[in-house]
Design a binder for this molecule. Sequence first.
Ligand SMILES: Cc1ncc(C[n+]2csc(CCOP(=O)(O)OP(=O)(O)O)c2C)c(N)n1
Ligand SMILES: [Mg+2]
Length: 298
Amino acid sequence: MTAPAAPVLPCSTKELADTARRVREHVVDMCAGPEGGHLGGAFSSTEILTALYFAVLNTDPADPADPDRDRFVLSKGHAAVGLYAVLAERGYLPTAELADYGRPGTRLMGHPVRAVPGVEMPTGSLGHGLALACGFALGQRLDGRSARSFVLMGDGELQEGSVWESAIAAASLRLDNLVAVIDRNGLQLTGPTDGKAPMARLAERWRSFGWAVRETDGHDPAALVEHLGSAPWEPGRPSLLICHTVKGRGVPFLEGRPAAHYVTLSARNHARARAALRAAARAAATAGEDTVTAGRPA
Ligand SMILES: Cc1ncc(C[n+]2csc(CCOP(=O)(O)OP(=O)(O)O)c2C)c(N)n1
Ligand SMILES: [Mg+2]
């Protein structure tokens, strides 16, 4: 494929970190509603989604059907609360609409549907997103477009056989406009992923399937933008970024705990979570966060 399109919204790592903090605030508020939500997997992928939508994806909220846009599939569709918050911050929907989340008759359901602007495919049944993104990438290539297709999967999701069938297909088709991301938080629904299906040598496995593979800290905005923005890394090969993350990241009493997977925050815990996010924001301001500009030529 040709060189990737320039990101539409170059911004500093500080702006990305600030956006990620606002996203977490929205998610905490949504998870305090009667419906609750998948806070854990939304918080392990907050920086990934923020980096994608604010500094990597060539997409325009004012023209969500642009045929030349990059595509994104949230294969771990249960993290919808995080996607909704990012889409709202990016301008796809009013932030006030986030209060609708989980209410019958509204479009912000527990799993994303295409009625939500910016959502390319309904997801929630794990194991399908990579195949969908392969289809998008192949379509883009057949249409002669230089756009890329991205997909975010959970690490527990890798237990679905369809993921590996799609991994074989993508490499066979030499889809180097396809970028897959794994949220490697080490946890699935009830406990550690490795307790169910050990994932030793994950990078090696994907490489042996014909993918270009990198690993990074999934909470580091600058690293995420550098890796995701520069794909494809090897001509003729699809790219996989394994992101090491913490489930529930940002709320200390939930971090790294299986209980973070799905939560309905009580009024007390909502206040505790909001206080933790405020404290993190104050600490970042005091530390004077890195202001390196991500996505802009040096
Ligand atoms: C095919 C399928 N089986 C089971 C589920 C129920 N389920 C929802 S989330 C989840 C755990 C997913 O773990 P992981 O992929 O690691 O996601 P994360 O840790 O990022 O939340 C399961 C089993 C589902 N959504 N789809
Ligand atoms: Mg997981």
